[in-house]
Design a protein around this ligand. Structure first.
Ligand code: SAM
Length: 339
């Protein structure tokens, strides 16, 4: 069954330009397009014939690229992928970015390799970590991730807790009929462990374009499923921490977050740039447009990176843009661009 989606914008009234910043404040770097899971909303199956990029940036190039971006005003860096822990130099990337000096350094992972890497990542200076976890049921988890091991992921989460990160968040992409009945259980599970759960509306990006109309569970419905656990208050966005909005638990000790990329696009004020695994700077998750700065990153040509940054930033969509609901979104390769 298909239905018209209640898509609305988060600000009413006359359209303002989407971006007030003259330069990006945050960047997501996709250090590899390889992944050892194939989540149904993200990418085709493991055997889809996809050939991972061979010309990925190495650790030195990432250091030069991030250094140049920081010189232009970037303050927050998130390492993602693909699966970033499959990138052999990931701990070194963390260490080098930490040495450059940024206000916030975080990483998003499926945690399949986190058990071994949590402590080294923490020691290298990683402050915060987000783990993708779509179900607490092993069979369901394997189905949604097309073969992922819940046991390994949970071991990774425990290792992250032991490593003492400043903050651990769980990202759950909610799919109607597949895991929407677990929202309360995942919230309780996370709170019991000092973890912040976040529930994400499936977006029409990449493979998600094939199922978001039939499977999206909107913010209001998700929130209603945990309303009895939460304070009766408006959800609030955390300053400088992306588009998620949060509600506190009734006792005020915990938070639960929601990311509404489908029912309430949040392009206004987006200060985010993305760098693909091959060194292409992209201004929007929902478009493939970008500027290739890989040669400059490899050679350390900072002025060319600065020019590339300005050109990429000029591609930032304006106030009429509706983010992941735009038709261009389905052509995006989430692995290369970095979710
Ligand atoms: N491999 C890492 C992981 O699993 O966290 C990092 C990359 S993954 C692409 C980053 C995030 O994007 C994950 O939290 C994933 O659930 C989310 N994601 C991917 N496709 C999505 C879609 N169509 N809608 C909503 N979220 C999506």
């Amino acid at each position: 069954m298909s239905f018209a989606l209640p898509i609305f914008r988060s600000t009413q009234g006359p359209k303002e330009p989407a971006v007030e910043q003259t330069s990006p404040r945050s960047v997501r770097i996709s250090v590899t397009d390889r992944c050892d899971m194939a989540c149904v909303y993200c990418r085709p199956s493991m055997t889809d014939g996809y050939v991972p990029a061979e010309d990925r940036l190495d650790v030195d190039a990432w250091e030069r690229l991030v250094r140049a971006l920081v010189a232009q005003g970037v303050r927050r860096v998130r390492i993602t992928g693909g699966e970033p822990l499959l990138f052999r130099g990931v701990v070194d990337v963390v260490r080098r970015i930490r040495a450059i000096g940024v206000e916030d350094l975080a990483l998003t992972t499926n945690a399949s390799r986190l058990a071994a890497l949590a402590a080294p990542l923490r020691e290298a200076g990683l402050a915060r970590i987000n783990v993708s976890l779509d179900s607490l049921d092993p069979a369901r988890f394997a189905e949604i991730t097309r073969g992922g091991s819940l046991e390994r992921v949970l071991e990774g989460v425990e290792a992250a807790r032991a490593a003492g990160f400043d903050e651990i968040k769980i990202n759950t992409v909610v799919l109607r009929g597949r895991n929407d009945d677990e929202i309360e259980a995942i919230t309780r599970w996370a709170w019991d462990r000092g973890i912040v759960p976040r529930f994400i509306e499936v977006m029409g990006v990449g493979e998600g374009a094939k199922l978001y109309q039939s499977h999206v569970v909107g913010y209001r419905e998700m929130r209603a499923l945990v309303a009895h656990l939460c304070a009766d208050e408006d959800a609030e966005v955390e300053r400088d921490r992306g588009p998620a909005k949060y509600v506190r638990s009734r006792d005020g000790k915990h938070r639960v977050g929601f990311i509404t990329g489908t029912t309430d696009t949040f392009c206004e004020g987006c200060d985010r740039l993305r760098a693909s695994s091959t060194g292409v700077l992209r201004a929007c998750l929902s478009k493939n447009d970008g500027v290739d700065v890989s040669d400059a990153a490899r050679s350390g040509d900072e002025s060319s990176i600065t020019r590339g940054l300005a050109d990429a930033w000029a591609m930032k969509p304006d106030g009429s843009w509706k983010g992941c609901t735009e038709a261009t979104a389905k052509a995006v390769n989430m692995r290369a661009t970095g979710g």
